[in-house]
Design a protein around this ligand. Structure first.
Ligand SMILES: [Zn+2]
Length: 320
């Protein structure tokens, strides 16, 4: 089952305020999750400035007739995204075909925002709308999809759902499209757990030891004067200059001179980092000219004469 451990970073990079609700990386329903789009809902609870997220507890824990989590994120009265889950949630039920979304298991195909307003005598706030547009644009960009993959529950429901009320979903999609065209630069994150985009030999172990890890775990290997790199594959949208950032958990026992290899338009370039320090955050490796196309683009090499474990966790490209 896939997860979307990049969700919090993608939202924050888009300027969306985020509150992480506990163990969101491991809170999910069993079953498949392979999202291709975003689904908007309203909670039917009445929110206010002094009670901004009345449905938050239900969205995390579920109801007697429907186990939680009930959405990947709840959008409160102030437009703050409360991120609940990186995996499958009970929000969409069985979907009928809508736009490019085929009929099928909505909880497999769709990431859900529960926008906390009652939808009968209360509209969503401007802050909720603007944050939901920005978040949807950023997530669809991360998924490699256009604005037509943003839908409302009333478009996919097979049971007569009316949410989200009081907005025109075609206008919503055009606002998402405008945000995607003029919004933040293209950016993509590949983690060691990203399906189909990370490759390493079995010489690389898997660990969740450090709390500074990106996502659920990371890979590690002893340094060796031989070629046994871990590769990160990116679908670079166009030839141009891209900033390359890396994330590693730091530890005194890790490697002081870990080589990152960037496969640029003019050949491989190597940047060495000290993985004993500055962990748990994005660190800039540099800006490089990259060709277009889907290919192995960044590697962590084991070829270091320094002692200590070589760590391969997450890599991010951002067009500049
Ligand atoms: Zn709904």
């Amino acid at each position: 089952m896939a997860t979307i451990p990049w969700l919090v970073d993608v939202l924050r990079s888009a300027g969306v305020q985020v509150v992480v609700e506990g163990d969101w990386l491991n809170r999910m329903r069993p079953g498949s999750f392979d999202p291709i789009g975003v689904l908007w809902h309203h909670t039917a609870a009445t929110s206010s400035a002094s009670n901004p997220h009345p449905a938050l507890n239900i969205c995390i824990n579920g109801r007697s007739d429907l186990p939680g989590p009930l959405c990947q994120a709840l959008v409160d009265y102030h437009g703050v995204f409360h991120v609940i889950s990186a995996g499958r949630c009970n929000h969409a039920g069985t979907a009928r075909a809508s736009g490019p979304i085929p009929a099928g298991d909505g909880n497999t195909m769709l990431i859900g925002w529960e926008i906390d307003y009652n939808g009968v005598s209360q509209e969503m706030t401007a802050a909720q709308y603007n944050a939901s547009v920005a978040a949807t644009a950023a997530v669809l960009k991360q998924l490699g999809k256009d604005s037509s993959y943003a839908r409302g529950h009333r478009e996919t429901s097979t049971t007569g759902k009316i949410d989200p009320s009081f907005i025109d979903l075609n206008v919503m999609r055009s606002d998402v499209a405008a945000k995607m065209a003029g919004g933040p630069a293209w950016s993509s994150i590949v983690d060691n757990a990203t399906a189909g985009r990370f490759t390493a030999s079995t010489n690389w172990g898997t660990s969740s030891y450090s709390g500074q890890r990106y996502g659920g775990d990371y890979r590690f290997a002893d340094p060796v004067l031989a070629s046994d790199a871990a590769w990160y594959k990116f679908n670079v949208p166009a030839a141009g200059n891209y900033r390359v950032d890396a994330w590693w958990p730091a530890n005194a026992g890790y490697n002081a001179s870990t080589p990152y290899i960037i496969a640029t338009s003019s050949g491989n370039q190597t940047v060495h980092v000290d993985q004993r320090v500055t962990g748990g955050q994005w660190r800039i490796l540099g800006t490089f000219a990259l060709p277009a196309g889907d290919a192995n683009r960044v590697a962590v090499s084991r070829w270091s004469s320094a002692p200590g474990l070589i760590i391969a966790d997450a890599v991010r490209l951002t067009r500049v």
